[in-house]
Design a protein around this ligand. Structure first.
Ligand SMILES: Nc1ncnc2c1ncn2[C@@H]1O[C@H](COP(=O)(O)OP(=O)(O)O)[C@@H](O)[C@H]1O
Ligand SMILES: Nc1ccn([C@@H]2O[C@H](COP(=O)(O)OP(=O)(O)O)[C@@H](O)[C@H]2O)c(=O)n1
Length: 224
């Protein structure tokens, strides 16, 4: 039987990480873990509970008693918080615009990373996020850093929002994405950064299929 490897996919907002990670996982019959969904899930609960998002201790205590599950549903993944399906709600602008505040806290990240490493411990995993190659799975056999211009990323997310019926203003979205990238890159603990041994793919003028092909070629190289 071929070796089950770990694949880390990082990059800024709306670069195409989850889209290609999902396809790569499907092709390999691997487990796909969307770590951004986990940070979105705790942000959703904290906002609902009216927790001060700057209060690291309160957020950590909340997370400790929160069950976050990612369940495969055909081609899609559904996200559950304490048994409640929050898949759609965690993508709303109110959540998106607050996740980077919650995710900057060291205690929150350490707890999330422990959960993510537990999920990945048997290999056969595709995980996407901001710190997977640098911090969560430093020994991943394949590390990818996806990027694209902010203009292109905002365009893609805007189209996605329109498709899903989520309110969306292109200029606002562009500002929000740039702002989130800045917060994620400048935070002290496990910031968004390309791992030294990650392969960078600029997807600005690539199709989803082309990005997947590039990644699959790297995967097969490492599996040999
Ligand atoms: N290479 C690509 N070309 C065009 N659109 C893409 C590409 N990759 C992803 N998309 C689209 O861009 C949007 C954002 O992709 P997503 O996978 O959610 O990004 P991320 O997980 O990095 O935030 C989605 O609507 C997706 O269909
Ligand atoms: N490994 C990760 C994944 C996400 N995040 C945080 O979670 C937010 C949402 O991540 P996401 O991947 O769902 O965001 P999109 O790129 O899909 O918009 C990011 O902006 C980060 O603040 C993180 O800090 N570390």
């Amino acid at each position: 039987m071929e070796k089950k490897i770990s694949i880390a996919i990082d990059g800024p907002a709306a670069a195409g990480k989850s889209t290609v990670a999902k396809i790569v996982a499907q092709k390999l019959s691997y487990i796909y873990i969307d770590t951004g969904a986990m940070y979105r899930a705790i942000t959703w609960k904290a906002i609902n509970r009216k927790i001060n998002l700057e209060n690291e201790q309160d957020l950590y205590q909340l997370l400790k008693m929160t069950n976050i599950e990612l369940k495969q549903d055909g081609k899609n993944q559904r996200v559950f918080v304490d048994g409640k399906d929050v898949t759609e709600e965690i993508r709303l602008p109110e959540i998106t615009n607050h996740v980077s505040i919650v995710s900057k806290h060291k205690l929150v990240r350490e707890e999330m990373v422990a959960r993510q490493q537990q999920l990945a411990k048997n290999g056969g995993i595709v995980m996407d996020g901001r710190d997977i190659g640098t911090y969560v799975l430093p020994n991943a056999e394949v590390k990818i850093f996806l990027k694209a211009s902010v203009e292109e990323r905002a365009k893609r997310r805007h189209q996605e929002n329109m498709r899903k019926g989520i309110p969306s203003d292109f200029e606002q979205l562009k500002n929000d994405i740039a702002n989130r990238d800045r917060l994620d890159s400048e935070r002290e603990f496990a910031p968004l950064k390309k791992a030294r041994d990650a392969i960078e793919i600029d997807t600005t003028s690539l199709s989803i299929e082309q990005v997947v092909e590039n990644i699959m070629a790297l995967v097969f190289e490492r599996m040999e």
